[in-house]
Write a protein that binds this ligand. Structure first.
Ligand code: F6R
Length: 269
């Protein structure tokens, strides 16, 4: 299904304003500015901390990439200090590269193990990441959507944002893809991910990602962005028109989004 294009923050769509929908949607987006990456990471971890403290059986939607590493570091620290318990938490990761085994050091399964899972008491059976080695991609996508459905949906979804506006690996396109799918990564995403691999040719060209429907159904969404190189896309995604050309822009229609950025990432707004 394709969603129409809207320019919600441009203030020229009177019907939205008259219906009250504009106010309804915009006041619900909370924007926090942190002075730097460290401060952003502590605030992000605090929001997850509160989520797990208040609802120990929370389903957390988790992201990989550089941005949430500091947040995971804080969570591990707080777990070690006895302040946090992941024993009843379920985790659902956004994405995984096709063709990489879970024990491949470049896989997102390894990333999550190294940055969070092996340091805390989340149970192995409650950790979910698409299987990069699945033989049948369609069946793997259906299996993953079934897991999400059985979990009761995501309570808090953590997202980073790609330079091209991708969330998970929902790349810019003509329409928003709803369900878990296998996607051909865009050239700019391959270039951005090059830094984690020895050679450009080692960067996987395809990945599994949850769809936009799963993200939009999360009860709360936490978007993190850090650094000057994210400033333009943050502005475009959250202050520009809603369009599948900038997948993160759909979050303007989510009822409970927190945008948490450092000073640099908010420097253009
Ligand atoms: C990773 C993911 C991606 C990243 C995005 C930003 O699980 O879903 O959408 O969040 O590519 O990556 P970093 O944080 O490395 O800039």
């Amino acid at each position: 299904m394709c969603y129409p294009f809207f320019g919600m923050n441009e203030g020229r769509f009177d019907p939205l304003k008259k219906s009250g929908l504009f106010e309804e949607m915009s006041w619900k987006m909370k924007i926090y500015r942190a002075k730097d990456y460290e401060a952003m990471s502590v605030k992000a971890a605090s929001l997850l901390f509160a989520q797990v403290m208040l609802e120990p059986r929370s389903v957390l939607g988790l992201a990989t990439g550089s941005t949430p590493i500091g947040m995971y570091r804080c969570l591990v620290e707080w777990y070690r200090a006895g302040r946090l318990d992941f024993g009843d938490v379920t985790t659902i990761n956004l994405d995984e590269y096709c063709g990489l085994a879970p024990d491949d050091p470049q896989s997102y399964a390894s990333f999550m193990r190294e940055n969070l899972f092996r340091h805390v008491n989340v149970k192995g059976e409650d950790v979910h990441i698409p299987n990069g080695l699945a033989k049948d991609a369609k069946a793997e996508c259906a299996r993953y959507d079934e897991i999400i459905c059985r979990s009761g949906g995501i309570d808090m979804q953590v997202l980073g944002i790609g330079h091209n506006g991708h969330i998970g690996f929902n790349e810019p396109g003509d329409c928003f893809q709803k369900d878990t799918h296998c996607v051909a990564l865009s050239d700019s995403t391959i270039a951005a991910n090059r830094r984690f691999f020895e050679r450009e040719s080692d960067v996987p060209r395809r990945a599994y990602t949850v769809g936009i429907r799963t993200i939009m159904r999360a009860r709360r969404v936490l978007v993190l962005a850090s650094g000057l190189q994210k400033a333009a896309i943050v502005k475009e995604a959250f202050w520009g028109p809603v369009t599948p050309r900038v997948p993160a822009s759909i979050l303007q229609f989510h009822g409970d989004v927190t945008l948490l950025c450092d000073d640099e990432a908010l420097s253009l707004v």
